[in-house]
Design a protein. Structure first.
Length: 236
């Protein structure tokens, strides 16, 4: 499977009638098993790009080719849970085929077991984000799109979830697109990093990480960090 993104532009019309250019030409492709990471300043157009890639916003110039049969798992920047459904129902509604065993495993990994019957209004933001992750994983996606999924989690939990994302990606050859402001998440999870300019976003630098994820030792990560620090990038 392959995702091909060729956006030539995206403009919002403001309520006052003005034009707000959000995306400049952006072109890249992802293969199965690959993790692409989008890194860029706040407001540059990352979430807008993800919505276009998912087909939720069709009002843009260009073309996105998603594999038509791909199952899609998505974690939006705000968890977007159905407020009148419990945690468990939220996940089951998105993934009707999920088995009880799979659901239990996910809730265990994401430390959500005690919250199965809670409603979204009873959750902290970090808990709600974990439910959103459970929902995306339960779908067993071919294309996983994550918009800052580890924001507002403590370091230890964020680290465990990052490992879970890596395991999922490795086990099912998922194509993953991750938006993050964390360089550490980017270099631990990504295969290719796309550094974006301020709005309108364009790719100012593409950085492949050649070493397979599972083989990135702390020493290798330090080397990659040093390489990044030497790049003249505004969006770091
Ligand atoms: N529906 C909309 N109508 C008009 N303007 C919008 C709309 N959605 C986003 N924008 C504008 O598009 C620009 C990019 O927004 P977007 O949410 O894509 O940024 P982002 O890179 O995801 O930022 P952040 O890192 O803060 O999440 C912003 O200037 C925003 O105000
Ligand atoms: Mg955003």
């Amino acid at each position: 499977m392959r995702l091909e993104v060729e956006i030539t532009g995206k403009t919002f019309k403001s309520a006052a009638g003005g034009m707000h250019e959000v995306l400049a030409p952006v072109k890249f492709a992802l293969q199965s098993g690959e993790v692409g990471v989008l890194i860029g300043p706040s407001g540059c157009g990352k979430s807008t790009m993800l919505r276009i890639i998912l087909g939720l916003d069709r009002d843009f110039d260009g073309h996105v080719a998603r594999p038509p049969e791909a199952r899609i798992g998505m974690v939006f920047q705000e968890p977007r849970l159905l407020p009148w459904r419990s945690v468990e129902q939220n996940v089951r509604l998105a993934a009707p085929d999920v088995t009880d065993a799979k659901l239990s495993e996910l809730f265990k990994i994401l430390e959500l077991e005690a919250h199965r019957s809670h409603f979204p209004g009873e959750l902290s933001l970090g808990l709600a984000r974990r439910v959103a992750l459970a929902r995306a994983f339960a779908v067993e996606p071919d294309l996983l799109v994550l918009d800052e999924p580890l924001a507002s989690l403590d370091d230890a939990l964020a680290g465990r979830l990052r490992d879970e994302i890596a395991t999922l990606v490795a086990s099912r050859s998922v194509m993953t697109l991750l938006v993050t402001h964390s360089l550490d998440d980017a270099i631990r999870l990504g295969d290719r990093l796309f550094f974006l300019s301020p709005r309108p976003a364009r790719i100012v630098q593409e950085l492949p990480i050649e070493i397979p994820r599972a083989e990135r030792s702390e020493a290798e990560l330090a080397r990659i960090r040093a390489k990044l620090a030497a790049l003249p990038l505004e969006s770091k």
